[in-house]
Design a protein around this ligand. Structure first.
Ligand code: E4P
Length: 218
């Protein structure tokens, strides 16, 4: 499964990228606003670091404006993917953009049928939001499982990005469900490799080795 960073924080992106683990980045208006920098500058900086798709989200509401903005965003860098909201205007924009060869990521997907429509419209990616569904007592994982099933049955090439990931278990669950990608908040990614038993085991190895060396010197 591919790992994307759901952040626009350059330090977080560099940290994961330096490990060779980063396959892409996703941003949205909230994530960009959090950094407090110029939008275009930040997206271009991210695109120069990451050897993979970087999603930048349109802020327009109607199809014509979304399409115009998408053309502008996709000119910022070769690896820009345009994020389009799951609305009627958004679906229409995705149809137009896919015919122009502009890659799209349909965001704010909360039902399997929404995801299917996005795939039929020609979306490169769909982003089901796990955490926000879990928050209202529904199952984000179930949505990913349904999308996987529908896309496999009908042979849709659209890749599924598990979004709104809240904890490490989400990552494990979507990997088991055959999800193509998980986009994970930057602060959560280090938690994927950390484990208290690894730290404890390492401390024991170090202590035992130091004792062994001490005895050897006698
Ligand atoms: C997806 O691309 C979105 O940026 C993101 O995953 C939203 O997550 P949130 O529910 O934590 O805001």
């Amino acid at each position: 499964m591919k790992i994307f960073a759901d952040t626009a924080n350059i330090a977080e992106i560099k940290r994961i990228n330096d490990l060779g683990l980063l396959d892409g980045v996703t941003t949205n208006p909230t994530i960009i606003a959090r950094e407090g920098k110029d939008w275009e500058t930040v997206e271009k900086e991210i695109c120069a670091i990451v050897d993979g798709p970087v999603s930048a989200e349109v802020t327009a509401d109607d199809t014509d404006e979304m399409v115009a903005q998408a053309r502008e965003l996709s000119a910022w860098a070769d690896n820009i993917v345009v994020k389009i909201p799951m609305t009627e205007a958004g679906l229409k924009a995705v149809s137009i953009l896919s015919k122009e060869g502009i890659k799209t990521n349909v965001t704010l997907v909360f039902s399997a049928v929404q995801g299917m429509l996005a795939a039929k419209a020609g979306a490169t990616y769909v982003s089901p939001f796990l955490g926000r569904l879990d928050d209202i007592g529904a199952s984000g994982l179930e949505l990913v499982e349904k999308l996987r099933q529908i896309f496999d049955v009908y042979g849709y090439q659209t890749e599924i990005i598990a979004a709104s990931i809240r904890h490490c278990q989400h990552v494990e669950q979507v990997a088991l469900a055959g999800c193509d990608i998980a986009t994970i908040p930057g602060h959560l990614i280090p938690k994927l490799w950390e484990h208290p038993l690894t730290d404890k085991g390492l401390a024991t190895f170090k202590k035992d080795w130091a004792e062994f060396e001490r005895l050897q010197q006698k």
